[in-house]
Ligand binder design. Sequence first.
Ligand code: GLN
Length: 547
Amino acid sequence: MQTPTKYIFVTGGVASSLGKGIISASLAKLLQARGYSVTIQKLDPYLNIDPGTLNPYEHGECYVTEDGAEADLDLGHYERFLNVPTSQANNVTTGRIYKSVIEKERRGDFLGKTVQIIPHITDEIQRRITLLGNTGRYDFVITEIGGTVGDIESLPFIEAIRQLKLILEPQQSLVIHLTLIPYLAAAGELKTKPTQHSVRMFLEQGVQPDILVCRTEHELGPDLKRKIGLFCNVSSESVIESRDASSIYDVPLLMEKEELDRVVLKKLGMPTLEKADLSNWKEFLFKLRNPTSEVEIGIVGKYIELKDAYKSIAEAFIHAGAANQVQVHIRWIHSEDIIDDNVEALFAGLNGVLVAPGFGERGIEGKISAIKFARERNIPFFGICLGMQCAVIEFARNVLGWQDAHSTEMDPKTTHPVIHLQENQKKVTNKGGTMRLGAYSCKLKKNSLAYNVYGREEISERHRHRYEFNNLYLSDFGNAGLVESGVNEEKALIEVVENVNHPWFIGVQFHPEYKSTVENPHPLFLGFVKAATVNAAQNNGKDYAIA
Ligand code: GLN
């Protein structure tokens, strides 16, 4: 008989932002590299149904899965590390849990019972956790609990884990608690007390963590590990040091060195002799660390104060840079800072310009100025979603001469609505979960730049938008040199445009950044970085032909 799925819970203590997502993804990577199938789930304790309605300043990027879930950005890390797609089931919020319980209550499913947090909410949490395990597809389900132990809103999740640990077989589950060991400079010491308190609070809620992962700026050493173990009821081999790393991609190797995977397997009663095969991962890290050339790319967006708002784009550049052995420097440019007069100065020396996705009016004119500059100066340009829409608007205004051309998202009264609302969006009133979301197919035009970049005709990419290219203007654009090179044939939606009079100018309605992983860098990012490298070489006086 196949061994039943094992469940690993990852919780946090002492402080938020310690990197539970990266620790979860790193452990998953180590288990996967030992030949196990692993998935990672994130439970978020807030009341929004999903982060789709959240301002990026609140919660960073909204990640989108193949099946159209608007999800926490940690799912992006899971996919980038594991190279396996996640789904709706991989991200569940308190809001979603309550919604399903309340819907059941309205249907009368509880047969007159009083509906309560325990057992009804906790049962629903458990159902969501075991849903993934019950597919039979995974040896391990790693469930990351958002927030920190001790938060009021985390309580039902911790209670659900406590109960689940009793329901599951012995050695079928374990809890990893991620804490902080602060360094007090004045005393010159690492302090374990906050960790002790965090574990005590966890114990008050009925859960004894099995493994402690301790974030620290300095080496813990065997004595401190023993002390932490003693006060927190775990053996010192279960106290794992997690030192600050220069790249998140180093963390799997650091965790391997600390033997996190071996300790986990041992506690779950599984064989530990063979080691993880991390050769591909190490090769990626080697290329990342040993670039042979460098480029500088400008990312234009309106949320740049918070780098997490463009997480997947920044990571996709790391993957594509490593694959090309090119160091990609990012210059973050705030779209509201751009006015026609300062473009030259703000963009000086850039080898490529990417205009990021976004919503609403703020910063639009800056994005359009940035695109004009890249188009006129033959600087490689890559527009994603709103970035593609802005490229269409820029072309309409400055090449076709339609001065008031716009998207109806920003100017509903424009006489040239070159970007307009998708037909089936016209009757949509609710904001949550109602965009065109998830993976759709797209056919690329043979011999176009997009086709050359992907090396095939049929592609599938993920979407998150309400507006689209207005096909009424297709021939006007095409005749002037901005051609459609990718189309969703089912709905006749224009998914890719490119400028045939420019060395490398592509706008895509979809979000390629969501599909870039360490093992599968995205072709568009690879192509863009390559084009930027050619641009850099030309600027340095070398004569390269654009492939
Ligand atoms: N606001 C635009 C739309 O809804 C673009 C969305 C995006 O960039 N994700 O179509």
